[in-house]
Design a protein around this ligand. Structure first.
Ligand code: ADP
Length: 436
């Protein structure tokens, strides 16, 4: 027990003892004891009142008292002092955070769990046209009036940022990053990415223009080379090898130009009308082509396919599927097995190509869909690979709300799986007949 408590109890006991003794002498013990307890209670009430008045007045000067009350007042004073210090420290931190976010070029906004604006920095006024006087507490979706923003905000899955035109100027592109915190409060970061967009567009235009310009001279060169090859017997024999190599390299360049043009089309053309794509006959043609590409290497290529169509773009899906199947032929030694499958289950529609070829080291897998990334550069060159095939597959799948999954073990083989959402499946009459 605390020292002050002990002395308070001692004093009470002493007062009660004296009162009892005096009461015994005068034969009024009960009255003297009652008088002592009433006086004691009144004294405590007075101390309590003093404490209450002091707390209400927020006077810095601590009132003095002795004994237990002195200790209580001291403790309260100490608590108050440390609370004040913490408050001052927090205020300083908050001011610094506010100053630094105010100096930011990017917009920072805080939105509560109901989607109402709680706080924002100055840059947000400039980027989104917010006004402190009227917009505080307003729903953010009323202030950024873009259906894409509303859908993104309400969906509450913020793995990827959102890009939309600024509500103030359609020529400015803004990128929104949203982070959930606390009890579904949101921190929104807004960046002006117009310059980045311009640079990206310039890069895409440049690649598309160069590829386009290279097309005609390449067609002329390959045309002449083919004529020379056809009439080789009229040429000196030592030209044969050179012609063969020139023909092979010009073919590679043509493949490269075609792939670059296809990639830039995939990046730049949007809002194309998706239609019903007949996948099964497409796969049958691809497998036939793969068999002729395999030629003397005689791969065993099998096809298992359901008769389900996909909502999409025929030429793009053909390009993605054939890239995967032809890769399997390229990277599987002679007589290898290649299994092409197309199926549907309750989670989606899937296309997969499995081979027992050279396989890929796991460290390469995350980077395979980057342009010009090759796990084995020399082998890719030998096969006439451009290094763009999987980048094309990735882009095509993105445009069909799909994704690519790669499983592989070095020396054992690889499986490439394309996932499509179920909503893209279109049942054909024959499939309906089978399920009926
Ligand atoms: P490339 O034109 O070089 O084949 P891709 O983009 O199609 O380019 O493929 C990228 C790299 O992925 C290839 O260079 C190759 O190393 C690896 N790769 C792709 N498919 C397979 C496969 N079925 N088996 C083993 N490696 C593969």
């Amino acid at each position: 027990m605390d020292q002050s408590w002990r002395s308070a109890l001692r004093r009470l006991a002493l007062a009660a003892g004296v009162a009892a003794f005096v009461g015994w002498l005068l034969d009024i013990t009960a009255w003297t004891l009652l008088a002592v307890f009433v006086a004691y209670t009144i004294w405590h009430l007075k101390q309590l009142r003093k404490l209450q008045l002091w707390l209400q007045s927020q006077d810095k000067e601590t009132p003095t008292s002795d004994g237990l009350w002195g200790k209580v007042l001291d403790d309260v004073h100490r608590l108050q002092k440390s609370h004040l210090q913490t408050q001052t420290r927090l205020k300083a931190v908050l001011t610094r955070v506010q100053d630094s976010t105010a100096a930011l070029k990017d917009g920072v906004l805080m939105v509560d769990s109901h989607g109402n604006l709680e706080w924002w920095n100055k840059a947000s006024n400039r980027l989104l046209g917010l006004k402190e006087a009227t917009d505080l507490g307003q729903p953010i979706t009323n202030l950024v009036r873009d259906p894409n923003f509303k859908a993104y905000f309400d969906h509450a899955v913020y793995d990827e940022p959102l890009e939309i035109a600024s509500p103030l100027n359609q020529d400015i592109t803004l990128q929104f990053h949203i982070t959930l915190f606390g009890r579904r409060d949101r921190l929104i970061l807004v960046q002006n990415i117009t310059r980045l967009k311009h640079l990206e567009a310039m890069r895409q235009d440049f690649v598309a223009n160069v590829s386009h310009e290279l097309r005609t001279p390449l067609t002329v060169i390959t045309g002449y080379l083919e004529t020379f090859m056809e009439n080789q017997d009229m040429l000196p024999p030592r030209w044969g090898r050179a012609l063969g190599q020139m023909n092979q390299q010009s073919q590679r360049m043509q493949n490269l130009v075609n792939d670059l043009l296809l990639l830039s089309r995939l990046e730049t053309s949007h809002n194309q009308d998706h239609a019903e794509v007949h996948v099964q006959p497409m796969l049958q043609t691809i497998v036939r082509d793969a068999q002729s590409l395999s030629g003397e290497r005689q791969h065993k290529i099998s096809l298992e396919s359901v008769d389900i169509n996909l909502l999409g773009l025929d030429n793009e899906l053909r390009s993605a599927f054939s890239n995967l199947v032809f890769n399997a032929v390229k990277y599987t030694p002679a007589n290898g097995m290649i299994n092409v499958r197309y199926w549907q289950d309750e989670t989606g529609v899937y296309f997969s190509v499995q081979d027992n070829g050279i396989g890929i080291d796991s460290r390469h897998i995350p980077r395979l869909t980057e342009r010009f990334y090759r796990a084995d550069a020399s082998r890719s060159m030998d096969t006439g690979g451009t290094g763009l095939g999987l980048a094309i597959v990735k882009h095509v799948l993105l445009r069909h709300e799909g994704r690519l999954d790669i499983q592989s073990r070095l020396g054992k083989g690889s499986t490439f799986i394309c996932h499509f959402p179920l909503k893209r499946a279109i049942e054909t009459a024959s499939a309906q007949g089978q399920s009926a």
